[in-house]
Design a protein around this ligand. Sequence first.
Ligand code: NAX
Ligand code: K
Length: 524
Amino acid sequence: MSAGCEILTTAQMRAIETTAMNSGSVTGLQLMERAGRAVADQVRLRWPKAGRATVLCGPGNNGSDGFVVARLLRRAGWRVRVLGMDNRPGPDADHMKRQWLAMGGLEPLDAAVLHAQPADIVVDAIFGTGLARPPSGPLAEVLESLATHPAPVVAVDCPSGLCLDSGAFLGRPRQVSDRDLRARLTVAFDSPKPGHLLERGPECCGELVIADIGLRPWREARTQQPVLTAIWPRFAIPDARCIQDNRLGKQSSSHPHKFSHGHALVLAGGRGKGGAARLSARAALRIGAGLVTIAPPLDALPDHVGQPDALMRRGIDDDAALHDALGDARINALCIGPGSGVNRAEMLLRAALPARRATVLDADALTALSQAADLMGALHPACVLTPHGGEFARLFPDLAGHLDGLPAKGPAYSRLDAARDAAARCGAVVLLKGPDTIIAAPDGQARIHSAFDVPWLATAGAGDVLAGIITGLLARGFQPLDAASLGALIHAKAARAFGPGLIADDLPDMIPQVLRQLTCRSIR
Ligand SMILES: NC(=O)C1=CN([C@@H]2O[C@H](COP(=O)(O)OP(=O)(O)OC[C@H]3O[C@@H](n4cnc5c(N)ncnc54)[C@H](O)[C@@H]3O)[C@@H](O)[C@H]2O)[C@@H](O)CC1
Ligand SMILES: [K+]
């Protein structure tokens, strides 16, 4: 399994905190002090000159972190106002509140009070992992007015109102809105949560810092395998195993041979429709498949003369021809769908799926799949489906409908949930594309790959290249979940390395540079 920075759901985070506190080695007060200190330290790092801070403290432990931040900033010379509630918090929270009250006042947590005096920063400590329902009443008004506050917002754990399991704002449509609270900086604790990476999370959290509050021993001591890991730009660890044995760099075998790196077969469409499959095939070659054959119908073979000469060509007219081709057991990975046409994709899938080779289904193959229930039943664990949102909705309309619904309570149904449910239902790996790409396996393992920083990757043909990279990695023997996860990572890194102005044709040729980075351990 690929290593990566682990993501914790809010329930997992609570479980780890409880285990840590029950062990007797750490108290809730200590954890809160560390959390608050981490936020105050990040504030002082970014705003070294002490200024004016308004700290908004909610009813629970997120609010307690706010009281700690207020105390530490005051000690560091900041002018601090605290707006809080008149509720009865638990004993730890009460302790933190009293510590603040010994040195400063408490004003009502109210929109008019918030705007009554200027501030250089506003610290949002209203809700964190405990958000269970949409904010309402005066708290909702405070949050709404905070969204238009002129001072930068520093969020404790998350911008309040954001569901940390889904990245949706509770009670709000999922689309981008001017009412969304956008923090400049978010300081979260121990591990990222799905909501930091999904949907509105990346944009609304601003810069995300994950602070160590000493919970690692309890996180790592869990007996169950972590089921959720992330491959994510700031934390990217593609695969410890790959780096150790240099598998990505192809140095694992002492007598390497082209067949030791697999043979990928990329099925292409008819005359004049071969461009998409050529992008896939080129990417499969660049990622290091030993052999790559592009296979259009016979009459379209002339479309594929020319570069790259390393690419092999073979005419495959129909399912019978594909069945014959698959008599060669060395062909160990297939790519079906890019530019193939829906009818041809359906015909080819009928021969391909029973052969149980590692198979990437993209584009027209996904449309074919959504139209033929029996094909869905023929999927197997070595298949990787790479739908974008629209294709996902055609394949799994009920899951997509669930995802489109208003997130009325936490934890809201997330893209992560949808991809996992889809993978479990179809028995294959599902890579749900987006700036927040989810890769989910039928056994519940999942990864989130966040690439909000490369909007130029949303360009025609980029998906064909991704399909080719994954096909190449499958040919090289990577397991489907790892191939899809590494594929997403390498694809985004290639786009990042090229920069704006990218067209899909540029992506395959950036792969060697990305592989050099990954295999030289120079990744961040
Ligand atoms: N448990 C711990 O020991 C630690 C918790 N930490 C902080 O504690 C936070 C979680 O604290 P809590 O579990 O107290 O939860 P929150 O502080 O996020 O929320 C407070 C409480 O508000 C209530 N609530 C939920 N939705 C509401 C709504 N829409 N309107 C009104 N009330 C609502 C719930 O009862 C919830 O428990 C984390 O985000 C983090 O900031 C950190 O201090 C690290 C240690
Ligand atoms: K918050």
